[in-house]
Design a protein around this ligand. Structure first.
Ligand code: CA
Ligand code: CA
Length: 170
């Protein structure tokens, strides 16, 4: 069977959310993403940054479930993801950005953002990778986001890039 590029991209997005790879997206996957980020940046779960990250992960999950979990079983299947999340968010990446922002803000703080929210290019690529963006893509995306070439990327750029990646898989 030939897998189309579109199907391959959908599968990559789903796999990014399905951190534990059990075939559906649920709260545990968001907790796993938070845990992986804390491990990648050597940050304690009990720290303020760790707590903020878990709170952001819960908000992200609630937002995604509100959009995609049609049967309310607290799991987002691949079908719910494709027909609910992707279709409804594709025309509205800002909505996705709003749902993901508290988590991303906390993730960037864990990755060493300065008070103005800027993060280094390499750390940005690492965050994207931990969150399921393909390794090569993550590096390219991070490099592209640094438009003025000063080696740092602002939070807004990261939030919109993340929203574009997950909502425009065509
Ligand atoms: Ca899962
Ligand atoms: Ca469901």
């Amino acid at each position: 069977m030939v897998t189309s590029e579109y199907e391959r991209r959908i599968a990559a997005r789903f796999a990014g959310f399905d951190q534990d790879g059990n075939g559906y997206i649920d709260r545990e996957d968001f907790n796993a993403a938070a845990k992986a980020l804390l491990a990648a940046f050597d940050t304690a779960a009990r720290s303020d940054r760790g707590q903020a990250l878990y709170a952001g992960a819960e908000a992200f999950w609630q937002g995604m479930a509100g959009i995609a979990d049609r049967d309310g079983d607290q799991r987002i299947t691949r079908e719910e993801f494709v027909n609910g999340a992707l279709k409804r968010l594709r025309d509205n990446p800002e909505r996705f950005a709003g749902i993901a922002r508290p988590f991303l803000h906390a993730a960037l703080a864990v990755a060493g953002a300065t008070p103005d929210g800027a993060v280094g290019v390499a750390d940005t690529a690492r965050v994207l990778q931990v969150l399921g963006v393909d390794g090569e893509l993550a590096g390219e995306a991070a490099a592209k986001l640094d438009t003025d070439g000063d080696g740092r990327i602002g939070e807004e750029e990261i939030v919109s890039a993340f929203a574009r990646y997950f909502t425009v898989p065509g």
